[in-house]
Ligand binder design. Structure first.
Ligand SMILES: NC(=O)c1ccc[n+]([C@@H]2O[C@H](COP(=O)([O-])OP(=O)(O)OC[C@H]3O[C@@H](n4cnc5c(N)ncnc54)[C@H](O)[C@@H]3O)[C@@H](O)[C@H]2O)c1
Length: 255
């Protein structure tokens, strides 16, 4: 039995990953800023038939991330897969970005992933086992998007950490990969769309529709689409893969 910890597991893509991995037979630890949403996803995980544990933590705080991993190990009797999914978006033209904005988004999207990598690797090495670390990058980790400059920079940084960590931990049997979704209709996109509307005068929904219109497969992505790929990254079929940040976006950014 494998145990997977998912940060930002209270909604959106994190919830989609949790439900898919539970269906695959993993037990699930859910970490997020507030108890309510992760308790509700934990109930869904238990309905599927897997064990679930929850832990409230802010991923930008290193000690809290280490505590979340320890809690997972104790509550579920193991720890095998770390999914550094929590992230936030910011929409602003580069001219408007201020130090406090950079500090906030960097703290969650980059520091949060770094602490998650460290905490997971430390636990895998302490228990003498192999493990899988999976990070959330984005199409914006492959292309810098207008109005999403700093967000894109954080997602490029996630790719860099993924590559470096893969090289550093390979000798310990730890693989590190990232998933790069495209346009997933979560609360994050509701916020992005509203901010674009404020900044550009676009109607609400217009920016989302424009992005979705560019997708080769002709529809927005769902959290289940992301969950299906993370299922592969979390399972034995991806054992020979490390250091990769793979686009799973319906054909939007081509590499
Ligand atoms: N939605 C998309 O189109 C899309 C595309 C590419 C990549 N991503 C990435 O996928 C991940 C999940 O995105 P989503 O769309 O589900 O977002 P979302 O906003 O719907 O959910 C994010 C979750 O992370 C939690 N969270 C935020 N800050 C946190 C913190 N400091 N500590 C702990 N938890 C925190 C939130 O409370 C929320 O439950 C993010 O890293 C995002 O950048 C999303």
């Amino acid at each position: 039995m494998s145990v997977a910890l998912i940060t930002g597991g209270g909604r959106g893509i994190g919830r989609g990953i949790a439900l898919r991995l539970a269906s695959d037979g993993h037990d699930i630890a859910l970490v997020d800023l507030n108890a309510g949403p992760i308790e509700s996803v934990a109930a869904e995980v238990r309905e599927i038939g897997s064990k679930a544990a929850t832990f409230v933590a802010d991923v930008s705080d290193r000690d809290q991330v280490f505590a979340a991993v320890d809690h997972t190990y104790e509550a579920l009797g193991g720890f095998d897969v770390m999914i550094n999914n929590a992230g936030i978006a910011q929409v602003a033209p580069i001219d408007d970005v201020r130090p406090s904005d950079v500090k906030q988004i960097w703290g969650v999207n980059v520091d949060g992933v770094l602490w998650g990598i460290q905490a997971a690797a430390a636990k895998f090495m302490a228990t003498g086992q192999t493990g899988k670390i999976i990070n959330a990058s984005s199409i914006a980790g492959h292309d810098g998007f207008a109005m999403l400059g700093v967000y894109s920079a954080t997602k490029f940084a996630v790719r860099a950490l993924t590559q470096a960590a893969a090289k550093e931990y390979a000798a310990h049997g730890i693989t590190v990969n990232a998933y790069c979704p495209g346009v997933v209709g979560t609360d994050m996109w509701v916020t992005i769309d509203k901010r674009f509307a404020e900044l550009t005068g676009a109607a609400e929904g217009e920016t989302y529709d424009k992005f979705v219109g560019g997708i080769t497969l002709g529809r927005a992505q769902t959290p289940e689409d992301v969950g299906a790929f993370v299922s592969y990254l979390a399972g034995p079929d991806s054992d020979y893969m490390t250091g990769q940040a793979v686009l799973i976006d319906g054909g939007l950014v081509f590499r």
